[in-house]
Each structure stands twice: as structure tokens, then as C-alpha cells.
Ligand binder design. Sequence first.
Ligand code: FPP
Length: 226
Amino acid sequence: MDGNGRWAEARRLSRSEGHRMGLRATRRTVEFFARSGVRVLTLFAFSSENWQRPRAEVNALLDLFVTAIEDELPELLEKGIRLRFIGLRDPLPEELQRRMAVAEAETAVNDTMTLVVALGYGGRWDILQAAVRWVRESASAEPEPDAFDGFLSTSGLPEVDLLIRTGGEQRISNFLLWQAAYAEFCFLDVLWPDVGDRELQDALNCYMHRQRRFGRTASQAEARNA
Ligand code: FPP
């Protein structure tokens, strides 16, 4: 969800104000994909590297997450959306951790869509923690990619089909490194607070026109999808 900072700076506002406006775009995005029938939406809200940002910005973001969970929970419950968080929780403030756990528990039976929020998340961290657990828990078995999936923080979720990055950036920035192995990428040259239904529909349209081959030839892929 890139571009909150630049959006704010262009208006001589604080970066934290940009994140507050970013939250509005986040709400629109969740509504859009829920309406579109998307079953799993993952939002990269705070990376393991974002801890290095100025303290004031980090604190404002953490406060924003607490408020967002509290404000959005009734709507998630009403829409049947399940909330799940991925990332390293220990460094997060206790109050935030508590609200995350409550929101996960309260929405656990919902099945319209799963909204995954990556908070304190890093793709390398995820692979490393999965490897450590895999060694501890099944050290005698040969590592199979499918079995390894079960140790990742995204266990039970499908692989990434479409990865959208906003703000004109064209990097993966330590997002779902393992899970996005065969993802289609869509780069939007729009700052996150300005993202709306039109841009999101453009991304979906772009995805619909891709031929997914998973290492096969074009004709093999066509035969498989027929
Ligand atoms: C990256 O833009 C954005 C973030 C680090 C924060 C994203 C968080 C939100 C939009 C709030 C969503 C809340 C929930 C609970 C999902 P940037 O600051 O790097 O912008 P820049 O590229 O312009 O500097």
C-alpha cells in the first residue's frame, strides 16, 4: 500500500496524516474485493523493515492499527469477513496484540472472505521461522514444498494469484516471497490514498488477461485450462 507518505508530503501534511488517508483507501479496497468475490486478500500494512522509520511515524501507525481494528470489527462481522494477522507479534505493543487476538477470535467462523493483514511481516522472516519449526517438528522427513507451506504464517491459505503494488514502485520488498512464487504482478502508478474502484478493477482486468503457465509451455497451459 505504497504512497501514503508522498501523498501527504505533496499536501504539506504529516506522513501520519497520509497513513490515515491510506486507511480510507484500505476500507474501499476491502469492500471492492469482497464485492468482487475474491476469497483471500492480503494487505501489507507494516513490514519488519518499517520498524526503522522515525519513532513518531511508527507510533502513529501502531495507534492507527489499534483504532482501525476497533472501528472496522463490526463491519467485518456484518460482512462475514475473517481477519487474520501474519508477522512477528512480540515487538508490537501489548494492547495491539490483544486486539489482534480478539478480532481473530471473533471473526474466526466467518467465511465470505479472509482478510490477512501483514503486520511486522517480512518474507525472509516467514521462511526462516518456517524452516526452524520444520527442523524441530519433522526433522526426520524430507522437505517437500507442499509440507513446508504448512509451517509458513500463511498456512492453509492459497498461493498468491495477483500481487498489486501501488505508488509506482516495482519491487517485492520482502513481501510474500515464498507464496508469490507464481504470482502475477500488477503495478499501479497511483499513490495508495488515491486508489479506488477504477484502479482496482484495472488490476483485476489485467490479471484476467494473463496466461498462467506455472513453468509449462503456452500450449500445455491452454490445454490444462480448457
Ligand atoms: C507505505 O507507504 C504504507 C505503510 C507503511 C502503511 C500502510 C498502512 C495503512 C494504509 C493503514 C492500513 C491499516 C490496516 C489495519 C490494514 P509509504 O509510507 O512508504 O509511502 P511513501 O512510499 O510515499 O513513502
